[in-house]
Structure formats: C-alpha cells, structure tokens
Ligand binder design. Structure first.
Ligand code: FES
Ligand code: FES
Length: 178
C-alpha cells in the first residue's frame, strides 16, 4: 500500500509521519502519536467524543484522514492539563461532577476550551448550544453545563489577577538585582 509523508503540529510540537492515505486522523492521533485522550465512539461523526481542534476550529477527527491534516495545527485534550496540574476547565468538571463514565469527556473538554477561547463569558444558552454538538449518555448534560460556566468564571478570575501577579513578579525581580 502506498504511504504519504505528513507534517503536523500537535499540542505545539512538530510531528512528522508516513501514513497510509486512508488512516483516520483519530487513529493517527491515538495510535501513531500515542495520544489516547482523544476517544473514538461512533466513527461516523455523530457522538463527538473524537473532537480535537484543527487550525483553530473543533473537528471530528474520525471524519478526517490524517493526510488531510498535513500542515495543520492540532490541539488534543492532552494539551489542557495534567493530573497534578489540572486546567481550570478540568478542575471545574471535577468539582461539578461534569462526568460519569468519562467517555464523552475529552470531546466536551475540547468544545469547552474552544468556546471559552472565543467567548470568555458565555451565557447558559450559549453553553447549551455548544454542548449539544456532542453526545453524553450519562450525565443529562446539566453538570457539564454547570462545569463550563464555572470554568469560565475561574478563567476570567485568573485573567483578572494575571497583571497583579506579573507586577509582583517584576518587583521581586527588581529587588533581587538591587
Ligand atoms: S467517534 Fe467521531 S464523532 Fe463519534
Ligand atoms: S460521562 Fe458517560 S458518556 Fe458522558
């Protein structure tokens, strides 16, 4: 079978690979790049658990071939945070019980991340609209919506406090050199 060379930037890191033309982007991410946080459910674009960000917009990675992503920037759920340093969105999902089995959660986190990048202060209606793109069979959605609204507040607070933290850091640095 013929193969094709591709280069993508995934979570900020350039990655090169040689792939079969019909390899799905979701399988490429999970198997070739060893990033299993992106889940695969229906594999025909319905459930949304495979959602990643491709060139700034959410995309169903099961509906793309890896070769179609050649030259693109991809963000997966692994970019958000780690177990010992959760992203505010992950923290809010944990605090608000925004997941049960967790199968839909990577897609929901990516949708939330994309929404809050574009709109830091969404209404509940706007969150409902975004979340309705993906399927969750466990939570009834309300806790996911609560989680995203809480995350939005956390991120706005962090943003508001950022200049103050920068000022403190600058003063400490000045004191250190004096
Ligand atoms: S696995 Fe891609 S939409 Fe369901
Ligand atoms: S938490 Fe189970 S599918 Fe959403």
């Amino acid at each position: 079978m013929s193969t094709i060379n591709i280069t993508v930037k995934v979570n900020g890191k350039p990655r090169k690979a040689t792939v079969p033309p019909r390899l799905l982007l979701s399988d490429f991410i999970r198997q070739n790049l060893n990033l299993p946080g992106t889940h695969v459910g229906c594999e025909h674009g319905v459930c949304g658990c495979c959602t990643v960000i491709v060139d700034g917009a959410p995309a169903r990675s099961c509906l793309m071939f890896a070769v179609q992503a050649d030259g693109s920037e991809i963000t997966t759920v692994e970019s958000l945070g780690r177990v010992d340093s959760l992203h505010p969105i992950q923290q809010a999902f944990w605090e608000e019980h925004g997941l049960q089995c967790g199968f839909c959660t990577p897609g929901m986190l990516i949708l939330a991340y994309d929404l809050l990048q574009r709109n830091p202060n969404p209404t509940e209606e706007e969150v409902r609209d975004v979340v309705s793109d993906n399927l969750c069979r466990c939570t009834g959605y309300q806790n996911i919506i609560n989680s995203i609204l809480k995350a939005a507040g956390k991120m706005r607070d962090a943003e508001a406090n950022a200049p103050a933290r920068a000022d403190v850091a600058a003063v400490s640095k000045m004191e250190a050199v004096q």
